[in-house]
Design a binder for this molecule. Structure first.
Ligand SMILES: Nc1ncnc2c1ncn2[C@@H]1O[C@H](COP(=O)(O)OP(=O)(O)OP(=O)(O)O)[C@@H](O)[C@H]1O
Ligand SMILES: [Mg+2]
Length: 640
């Protein structure tokens, strides 16, 4: 078993160190180059990659260039362990590099190298904030080497998306990359199915032809950050794109409402023609021009022009053909069809093809958005479509076997640059939640009174707010970071490492966030992290703890638990949970010796999740086999 596991981890360190030394030889020479010549060297490398020289051969020089650009433009020279990490990532491994070791900087190495062929390199991370942050941080480095960087976040308009994908390197989230893949698929299908004509004419009278073309390009190389979260925990999340491209329920509703509002602007013959059999409206060039000039809400940015044209055409049709109190009535905020034969209300019946919704929008009642799945893919299947896949995270080794089975990627454990100095204070276990929260408040007060910043991780928005109320009552100043308070995410994280800062956060601050303690704070012992509960997976706990003691800095953390914590119920079932709860009920006694119980519960949950994933993997494989036999695309569900 151990031998098998080892085979899935990899340790080509001897060979890799030799390569890293080769890179060192370039350093002296590159340091002397002026900026312009450094860039020239980089572009020469690109030329060689384009002429077919294998990337493996270019790696030493490429990595040395990136290292020099890091030193020069970011004030950070890649450590040797980061060079090793870069080699692992270029070789398609999942690199386990501890939290705070500088994976953001490390990523620049393989991303640069793999973008040289011109087919693009993608970085997939777990949220918009990290995608934007990392692209911004690394931009000066890529700039210096003559490469372009793009960012795709969930609110990025379509034309900008296309541009971002055309850049040499694109930073985005796993989800957005997957969604764009699906949207492109749908578009291509529509082109194939005869709407190509529409698209051709569109290209000639449309000043944003971006709408009629796929945005994403080739799936060449992808580096997945927070790889365990994305490739394991989220792997089975299906991404679903509705037949209305553009996406979410809110944006679709916005489109319906806006279209209903603007119908009055359009005049027959000037802006549109009326077609008979079937009755339809078609905007002409003038009409499309007018439409593009109208102010529209931001949510519409997510749609292609062609969808907006169609929607407005539908809205005009509805405004001409469907009359209130003749064809339908409005009853309790719903549109009810009047049956034209019986004259009675046909409750529950709906017009199809978006007509019903267009009427709802026009009558200002809630729009019953039908997202009708058109295409669907899991993140796992999506990432398997890339020619080359690599990943990095602080917590991979415990999932090495699973990662290998699904993605054929090996885990490379990269040593830390400096020995870690993070200190663990003894776990505290309380009989009930109330007692636990009270002593958490006291513990925060203690650390705060000496000036140390404290980061408190909670398992849900509710709990973050519960604690916030308790802190306010106790007169402890603090900031809250949860999905309800995201606007200041940058600012909150930016301050979280300063003297006397108390930050209460959900998992939002769990992965990837880089809290930088000031030098005063480091002298006091660095950031202190409080875990208020254990999570379903130890990896998530380790990620939270990893916000302190980064880069070999001092830092400490402590775990607070109670016999009422959810994890005991999830791990041991309701019966045993009840018994435990009874023991703890109402007592102020401590149960610190029970701490190992929580780890046992966690292990049980982890095992159950693992089993469930294994089962699904098996089902997946069977499904794919059948699809291949039927000549279907085995990685794409229900497209069509
Ligand atoms: N070579 C370097 N020289 C100086 N500072 C560095 C270097 N590499 C990384 N750092 C600093 O280390 C800190 C942590 O980096 P980063 O956030 O990339 O870590 P990480 O490995 O991604 O952590 P996490 O697992 O939490 O996401 C950052 O503040 C970064 O500026
Ligand atoms: Mg990171």
């Amino acid at each position: 078993m151990i031998a098998r596991l080892l085979a899935k981890k990899t340790g080509n360190f001897g060979r890799w160190r030799a390569v890293a030394r080769k890179m060192d030889q370039f350093s002296g020479e590159f340091e002397k180059l002026v900026d312009r010549d450094l860039r020239k060297r980089s572009l020469a490398l690109r030329y060689r990659a384009n002429s077919g020289e294998p990337l493996d051969k270019l790696m030493p020089e490429a990595f040395a260039l990136v290292r020099e650009a890091g030193r020069r433009y970011l004030g950070m020279r890649h450590y040797e362990v980061q060079m090793l990490g870069g080699i692992a990532l270029h070789n398609g491994c999942i690199a386990e590099m501890q939290t705070g070791e500088g994976k953001t900087l490390t990523a620049s190495l393989p991303l640069y190298l793999n973008s040289l062929t011109g087919d693009g390199a993608h970085l997939a991370t777990s949220n918009d904030y990290l995608a934007g942050r990392d692209a911004d941080l690394m931009r000066p480095l890529y700039d210096g080497l003559g490469l372009t960087v793009g960012v795709v976040q969930s609110n990025t308009p379509r034309p900008q998306r296309q541009k971002a994908y055309q850049a040499d390197i694109t930073y985005s989230t796993a989800k957005e990359l997957g969604f764009d893949f699906l949207r492109d698929r749908l578009l291509l299908r529509r082109i194939k199915e005869g709407q190509a004509l529409v698209l051709d004419s569109l290209a000639s009278d449309d000043d944003s032809p971006a709408e009629s073309k796929p945005v994403q390009g080739i799936l060449n190389y992808v580096l997945v950050d927070e790889a365990d979260s994305i490739l394991i925990d989220e792997a089975r999340t299906p991404l679903i794109v509705s037949s209305m491209p553009g996406g979410s329920e809110e944006s679709i509703e916005a489109l319906y409402r806006w279209s209903a509002e603007v119908t009055g602007e359009f005049e027959e013959d000037t802006h549109f023609e009326v077609k008979h059999k079937p009755r339809a409206i078609e905007l002409n060039a003038e009409g499309r021009k007018l439409l593009r000039s109208l102010p529209a809400p931001e949510a519409l940015n997510l749609f292609g022009m062609i969808d907006i044209y169609e929607q407005v055409e539908r809205a005009i049709l509805v405004s001409r053909e469907y009359q209130k109190d003749r064809h339908y009535v409005v009853k309790d905020d719903e549109i009810v069809i009047v049956d034209e034969f019986t004259g009675r209300l046909a409750e529950g019946r709906k017009w199809r093809a978006g007509i019903h919704q267009a009427i709802e929008a026009r009558e200002h009642v809630p729009v019953s958005v039908d997202t009708g799945d058109a295409a669907k893919i899991t993140l796992q299947d999506f990432f398997l479509r890339y020619k080359r896949l690599a990943g990095m995270t602080g917590t991979a080794s415990t999932s090495a076997t699973e990662l290998y089975k699904i993605y054929s990627t090996k885990v490379a454990i990269i040593p830390t640059n400096k020995p870690p100095k993070r200190k663990r204070l003894p776990d505290q276990v309380y009989g009930n939640a109330e007692a636990k929260w009270n002593s958490i408040v006291e513990s925060i007060r203690e650390h705060d009174s000496v000036g140390r910043p404290v980061l408190v991780g909670t398992r849900s928005i509710d709990k973050s707010e519960l604690l916030s109320r308790k802190l306010t009552a106790a007169g402890i100043e603090h900031l809250v970071l949860n999905a309800r308070h995201t606007a200041d995410e940058n600012a909150i994280i930016g301050q979280a490492g300063q003297l006397n800062r108390v930050t209460v956060a959900t998992n939002m601050a769990g992965r990837g966030t880089d809290i930088q303690p000031t030098s005063d704070v480091l002298e006091l012992g660095g950031l202190h992290v409080i875990c208020t509960e254990m999570h379903d997976s130890a990896r998530i706990d380790r990620q939270l703890i990893g916000r302190c003691g980064r880069q070999g800095d001092p830092g400490s953390f402590q775990v607070f638990l109670s016999l009422e914590d959810d994890i005991l119920k999830e791990g041991f079932g309701a019966e045993r949970f009840k018994t435990l709860k009874k023991i703890g009920d109402g007592t102020s006694r401590r149960f610190d010796s029970h701490a190992s119980l929580f780890r046992k519960a966690q292990e049980k949950i982890e095992r159950n999740h693992f089993k469930a994933r294994k089962q699904m993997l098996y089902v997946d494989k069977q499904r794919r086999k059948i699809q291949v036999q039927m000549g279907q695309d085995p990685f794409l569900e229900s497209l069509g």
